[in-house]
Design a protein around this ligand. Structure first.
Ligand SMILES: [Zn+2]
Length: 81
């Protein structure tokens, strides 16, 4: 194996990939982080969930746009396999 110690490093991030139906370009889409409103947090607490002052969750995008041809698509719900 060659010595890669002089190479700088990058941080890999989790994301989705999808193929454009119009031009075939392989795109990537990132998770979207959302902060729950205080109202929503209160509702969860009433249901017995133990959560802090702020709470973040991530979700897949609902709509994406191709980076190559700019066509837009609605996303099917993400289901982890
Ligand atoms: Zn495209």
């Amino acid at each position: 194996m060659s010595d890669h110690s002089n190479h700088s490093k990058v941080l890999l991030q989790e994301c989705f990939c999808w193929d454009c139906e119009s031009c075939g370009y392989r795109n990537i889409a990132f998770w979207i982080a959302r902060e729950l409103s205080s109202k929503h947090i209160e509702r969860l607490r009433r249901k017995g969930k133990r959560i802090g002052q702020s709470y973040w969750f991530v979700e897949s995008p609902q709509r994406v746009q191709c980076a190559s041809c700019e066509a837009e698509f609605d996303c099917l719900p993400f289901v982890a396999e």
